[in-house]
Design a binder for this molecule. Structure first.
Ligand code: ADP
Ligand code: MG
Length: 240
């Protein structure tokens, strides 16, 4: 589903991504972890071209995403992105947040878009919040709405960049539960997260980044048994 080949990225003199290659197959959940500043956000952002690259290739669902003929907006509709900050539209109700893109970009009729939105709200456990406004939601509720909003476009891949890092601790699990269910339904997911319990129980593969390089790319089992890698050990001691 996603292939990275020798991906390079510089920010001026800073070499942010160094020769990154790897594959994520359909239905796979890949967790990207590593110390702050190691390039996790930069890497995940390259996958839907929120960040351009200076070298290498990225192929998503059979498409080289840097081909001139690519329709970037159409491509981005196929790849959902959930950020640390939920970025809900504050002036729109929960329902309108979710139906906006399908209605505007896909011309889905209002009633049909709302029907689907309510089903998505069921899935994230928030149907009763359909007419609420974002300011009245907790962080965990907001993030679940943000996930529902992404799913409304029926993406083939979901990208998550530290979706629980801005949340109060008691709200982390409700968001991870939604992500876990999505994974179990077979969604292809790339998740930047420090939630190692989630990585252990849900991820198929774990990529460990350090200083712009993928230091290890292991099955989840291998990663959590890789006590012989001192860098991973040091990182794990840090994040618990
Ligand atoms: P992580 O998500 O692992 O914490 P990032 O991908 O955000 O790391 O950042 C990797 C490196 O690139 C850091 O040194 C960061 O300061 C730098 N960086 C990220 N975005 C930019 C940018 N837009 N301009 C300049 N430097 C950046
Ligand atoms: Mg980051």
């Amino acid at each position: 589903m996603i292939t990275l080949e020798h991906v390079e990225k510089h920010f001026g003199a800073l070499h942010a991504l160094k020769d990154i290659s790897g594959q994520i197959v359909q239905g796979e959940v890949a967790v990207l972890c590593g110390p702050s500043g190691s390039g996790k956000s930069t890497l995940i952002r390259t996958i839907n071209r929120l960040e351009e690259i200076d070298g290498g290739r990225i192929i998503v669902a059979g498409q080289d995403i840097h081909e001139k003929s690519l329709d970037l907006n159409a491509f981005r509709e196929r790849v959902g992105f959930v950020f640390q900050q939920f970025n809900l539209f504050p002036h729109l109700s929960v329902l309108d947040n979710i139906t906006l893109a399908p209605r505007k970009l896909r011309k889905v009729p209002k009633a049909e878009a709302e029907e689907k939105a309510l089903l998505l709200l069921d899935r994230v456990g928030l149907r009763e919040k359909a007419s609420a406004f974002p300011t009245s939601l907790s962080g965990g509720q907001s993030q679940r709405v943000a996930i529902a909003r992404s799913l409304a476009m029926s993406p083939e891949v979901m990208l998550f960049d530290e979706p629980t890092s801005a949340l109060d601790p008691e709200m982390v699990s409700e968001v991870l539960a939604v992500m876990t269910e999505l994974a179990q339904e077979g969604m292809t997911m790339v998740c930047v997260t420090h939630e190692m319990g989630f990585a252990r129980s849900v991820a198929d593969t774990v990529w460990f980044l350090e200083a712009g390089r993928v230091e290890a790319q292991l099955s989840s089992e291998e990663f959590f048994e890789s006590g012989n890698n001192p860098r991973i050990r040091a990182f794990m001691a840090h994040v618990g």
